[in-house]
Design a binder for this molecule. Structure first.
Ligand SMILES: *[C@@H]1O[C@H](CO)[C@@H](O)[C@H](O)[C@H]1NC(C)=O
Ligand SMILES: *[C@@H]1O[C@H](CO)[C@@H](O)[C@H](O)[C@H]1NC(C)=O
Ligand SMILES: *[C@@H]1O[C@H](CO)[C@@H](O)[C@H](O)[C@H]1NC(C)=O
Ligand SMILES: *[C@@H]1O[C@H](CO)[C@@H](O)[C@H](O)[C@H]1NC(C)=O
Ligand SMILES: *[C@@H]1O[C@H](CO)[C@@H](O)[C@H](O)[C@H]1NC(C)=O
Length: 209
């Protein structure tokens, strides 16, 4: 019985050693590689670390600026003051939450961690793009018998959001990225804005038709 347990332990030990050596033992896995987020909203970037067993993480941070081997800890960057939260635990990995997103937050976010004697930066990182919303129209005025298309314009593709539209602050039934007024009539004239469901307070500037 005792012998069986020992053999079993040895097998497990050799197996994990093989896995570690086979994959070089180091890595950062990002939950998403690329994110498009709305200006003013909150985004969460997340990753997990892999390192040879026996080592322990002494510190870790996210960065966008500086060389990969001497970066600036985002938590100490004045551009992000009071807008970032870093949290890490064994179960959920290493998360960076950025609130009140600005267009200037668009960047590649990388995570770096330290163990005694080693440091590691996870490449390529997460590409965060921050967009605002703009109403784009194919015509600026109503012409009899004509048509007008309105598009809720973004600089990157928002995934998993439902678009909503307002005319003179009144919610319309359309829930597509584009609103087709065909034929367009004088009743359609007004101030249009768009937003995404759940983030209604971040609506686009109004555009007059
Ligand atoms: C990040 O994403 C944006 C928008 O999707 C794209 O234009 C840009 O080239 C990407 N940047 C990198 C470094 O991948
Ligand atoms: C915005 O509108 C212009 C015409 O005013 C059109 O050429 C362009 O393709 C539109 N862009 C988008 C993203 O809808
Ligand atoms: C509006 O969009 C529809 C469908 O995409 C298209 O067939 C039509 O030509 C567009 N109208 C204008 C004025 O751009
Ligand atoms: C729509 O977005 C494109 C980029 O996706 C930009 O070039 C264009 O100027 C925008 N149009 C308007 C009317 O905002
Ligand atoms: C639309 O907005 C303009 C200002 O941009 C305002 O003068 C006008 O009264 C608005 N129209 C309606 C119907 O709210």
């Amino acid at each position: 019985m005792a012998l069986a347990t020992k053999e079993c332990l040895l097998v497990v030990f050799l197996w994990s050693l093989t896995v570690v050596l086979g994959q070089n033992g180091w890595g950062v896995t990002y939950y998403t590689q690329s994110i498009c987020a709305l200006k003013g909203s909150t985004v969460e970037l997340s990753c997990t670390y892999k390192y040879p067993s026996g080592l322990q993480i002494t510190s870790a941070f996210w960065f966008t600026k500086g060389p990969n081997d001497d970066p600036v800890n985002l938590m100490e960057d004045p551009d992000y003051k009071d807008r970032v939260i870093y949290h890490s635990d064994d179960e959920n990995g290493h998360k960076l939450t950025i609130k009140d997103l600005r267009k200037s937050d668009s960047a590649v976010y990388k995570s770096r961690f330290f163990t005694v004697g080693y440091k590691y930066t996870g490449l390529p990182g997460v590409n965060l793009s921050v967009t605002d919303l703009q109403v784009n129209m194919t015509a600026a005025t109503v012409t009899d018998g004509g048509s007008v298309n309105l598009t809720c314009n973004t600089t990157c593709t928002l995934i998993g959001h439902t678009y909503i539209w307002y005319r003179n602050k009144q919610l319309l039934t359309n829930q597509e990225v584009s609103l087709h007024l065909n034929p367009v009539s004088s009743e359609d004239a007004g101030n249009y804005s768009c937003a995404v469901k759940g983030l209604e307070s971040l609506l686009s500037p109004e555009k007059k038709l």
